[in-house]
Design a protein around this ligand. Structure first.
Ligand SMILES: [Zn+2]
Length: 479
């Protein structure tokens, strides 16, 4: 058994109007190739970059939301490397003095307890252009070159694929609430890198680490989870057979569902970082930073605390319900529409609705039903109009058809049989047809009550009110 030691880097495109160091529009999606470019982002000789104030503001707000220290004095640096989609031959980034550092994010750990994931740094840099390969030719589109990128780097605090997944989901929620990133991974607005090593318990005890492998360009949270799980399996098998892990950079092959070696790992020395000579150090005032802090919106942890305090929802459920904003909004709307305890709404959402969504790989925002429809369904169950099991089936149909619960109950005759006379007839017929079982029951085999109950439920297609069936049965059997 090995312990996985995992760190994450997330690159998030900021939702600024213009690019990081020039006035070109940063909203390049579906624009004709090379239409959002100027001498600065085309890297013409003699041009000078100008720092985008909106990108700085969005980065500082993110840093504050991630409990980071904000550097009032930070420095941009040149990261030198050659690549066709990088016309300058270097990327302006931050290296030794990032804008935000030493923060944290709370997630649910694998043991179900809250776990603090350290945020080592969050810094600003610029995106590269895009190479497009068609018919043996390579084309370059520089619309993306210079779009502001926020890089968020964790400490190696994650221990499993699931923890990494939960970290990303919560981080994306925070970025969306702040309005700094679209969260749109299909459009490349968020890209992830994972670094991972395995170590034995003995190594862990003396603070040693195994050899680290990097997996780059992960374009979905699922790819992150799958590639981590794969690497843990691969490295475990390798170490178990006496092999050694090589320090390499890998990619994730979605079709073959495995990691593939891309190159041997480069070290920071390879990039020859040095302070960007064309930009002054970035100086911020603490008053400005504090003013931003005062305007931060309600973040997931605060929202969870409010659900516990205002709605009486359990702490664990409150965490689950606030990790994604759409889910949190949905819960709150349903809880307001429902007259009973909000915890009941939480139970139905987490216990039933999430299972249905998971089975369909669906998204709560795309559900054809409204939160008030769930509130109506729970009310029908509370009133005894349908029993809980029928209620679950009605919810399944609501999710598929988008029909309100009352219409489904009505159309399918699912209303609970709570009419005593009707039930009594069913029971009398049943007992008359099973005189032998009745005799056994009366002779002391009282466990047969469950069998009688089951028969009645079967004959009423599960719609009888169980408490009523039980009392009617007992009244007759114990005569
Ligand atoms: Zn430009």
């Amino acid at each position: 058994m090995y312990q996985a030691v995992i760190g994450m880097e997330l690159h998030a495109q900021l939702l600024t109007q213009s690019k990081m160091f020039c006035g070109c529009s940063a909203d390049y999606w579906e624009a004709p190739p090379n239409s959002h470019v100027c001498p600065v982002c085309l890297a013409m000789p003699g041009v000078l970059p100008v720092i985008n104030a909106q990108a700085v503001e969005q980065t500082v707000r993110t840093g504050l939301a991630l409990n980071c220290q904000i550097a009032l004095w930070s420095v941009f640096a040149r990261k030198n490397y050659h690549y066709p989609d990088l016309p300058k031959g270097y990327q302006i980034s931050q290296y030794e003095l990032p804008l935000c550092h030493d923060g944290s994010l709370l997630i649910e750990g694998d043991d179900g307890q809250p776990k603090r994931i350290g945020i080592r740094r969050a810094h600003l840099e610029e995106d590269t252009g895009k190479s497009i390969h068609v018919d043996g030719a390579s084309l370059i589109d520089l619309n993306r070159a210079g779009v502001p990128l926020l890089e968020i780097v964790t400490e190696a605090d994650l221990r499993s694929a699931d923890e990494a997944y939960r970290y990303l989901v919560k981080l994306r929620t925070i970025l969306r609430i702040l309005g700094v990133n679209s969260g749109d991974m299909e459009k490349g607005a968020m890209r992830c890198e994972v670094n991972l090593s395995l170590r034995t318990a003995e190594q862990a005890a003396i603070g040693q680490y195994g050899v680290k492998v990097e997996v780059k360009n992960l374009n979905s949270f699922k790819a992150v989870r799958d590639s981590i799980a794969y690497e843990i399996r691969r490295q475990t098998a390798l170490l178990d057979s006496g092999g050694q892990v090589r320090q390499v950079t890998m990619g994730w092959d979605e079709n073959r569902r495995c990691t593939v070696v891309q190159r041997s790992k480069e070290s920071s020395e390879d990039y020859r970082y040095f302070p960007e000579p064309d930009l002054p150090p970035l100086e911020l005032s603490s008053e400005w930073v504090e003013a931003l802090r005062a305007t931060l919106p309600e973040l997931p942890d605060a929202r969870a605390a409010r659900y516990v305090g205002d709605y009486g929802v359990s702490a664990r459920d409150a965490d689950i319900l606030t990790t994604e904003r759409d889910v949190a909004d949905w819960f709150e709307e349903a809880a307001r529409a429902y007259a009973g305890s909000p915890q009941e709404v939480a139970n139905w959402m987490i216990g039933q609705l999430f299972a249905l969504l998971k089975a369909e790989e669906g998204d709560i925002a795309a559900l054809p039903i409204r939160p008030a429809d769930l509130a109506d369904l729970i009310t029908l169950v509370d009133r005894g109009a349908v029993n809980r099991n029928t209620g679950k089936k009605v919810l399944e149909q609501m999710v598929v058809t988008g029909q309100p619960p009352a219409a489904i109950v009505e159309a399918q005759g699912l209303a609970q049989v709570s009419d005593e006379t009707g039930l009594a007839q069913v029971i009398d017929t049943l007992l008359a047809a099973n005189a032998g079982e009745v005799a056994k029951y009366r002779a002391g085999k009282t466990s047969l009550l469950g069998w009688f109950m089951g028969q009645v439920m079967k004959q009423t297609r599960g719609q009888a009110q169980p408490d009523l069936v039980r009392s009617l049965l007992l009244a007759r059997l114990d005569q």
